[in-house]
Ligand binder design. Sequence first.
Ligand SMILES: [Zn+2]
Ligand SMILES: [Zn+2]
Length: 311
Amino acid sequence: METITNGKGTKAFLMKIIIVIAMLLLACNSDSSSGIKDGDYFTSIRQNDIKLQDPLPGEWRYLYKEDHQSFEDYKKLNTVKAIPGKTKLYLLPLGTFSDLQLKAIESTREYLEIFFQLNTALLAPVSDKMIPDSAKRLRSDGSIQLQTTYIFEHFLKGKIPPDGYALMAITEKDLYPGPGWNFVFGIASYKDRIGVSSMYRYQGGGLNNDNFTLCLRRLMGTASHEIGHMFSIHHCVAAKCAMNGSNSLPESDLQPLRLCSECQQKLNWNIGYDNNKRLLELTGYLKRNQLQQDLLYLEKDMKTAGLAIKQ
Ligand SMILES: [Zn+2]
Ligand SMILES: [Zn+2]
């Protein structure tokens, strides 16, 4: 134990007390109900990342060996960054939609706004009737497929509004890129920040109240994953994550909507949002839309980040 013998000793002792009080204040601050500070946020929620299992035959990581893109790698990339004044995300409904389908697209828009913490707008739906027969295909079941290359050339390329960062079309019809292809769920140009996704295969035989939540979750997952790529985030091999690659609908259905801590760190470095605000808004959204399993993952992050869970 230290004994104080003179004025100099007293001063040193007082300094130590001040330092200890300052450290205690910092500790209290980082554990307050308003959540922890950004630097600690990613370290703390890392404990909630779920380890990836070895891939099964046919799954994405079984077929494609992709390198891990670390946060340091990401920062060194010539990363496409959100430019001030050009940050809005745009969705373009392309086709003729039922009210329920439009509800799913509007709900996806709301999710993207929260997920990326960027203004997101739904453009007025555009009819697909102007697509010529040469860019359509009739399937044996009577359904029509639309060619993605035509959609890119005529609806997306050079069409991002001046204040926009990305433009994604959503169709109710099935898609194909060209001869030799059966179908695609969607296709995107990450460099040009444009893409098209179809809800056709997300809704089984058609969208109804019973499959609405499943279809919505698929749209949310695809749109956030594809726009994540447009922010230069590669496929994630670090943990279970919305940025995991997927080779089939059953495989993507098993993936979480949550970004792992490392992918969250990349997105946050790029866009610069408030982590706690994003987390609170995401959990509110998942609760409102009855996405129970995804909500459980984020409630763990809420607890770890020291945020109160509203019942
Ligand atoms: Zn991908
Ligand atoms: Zn990840």
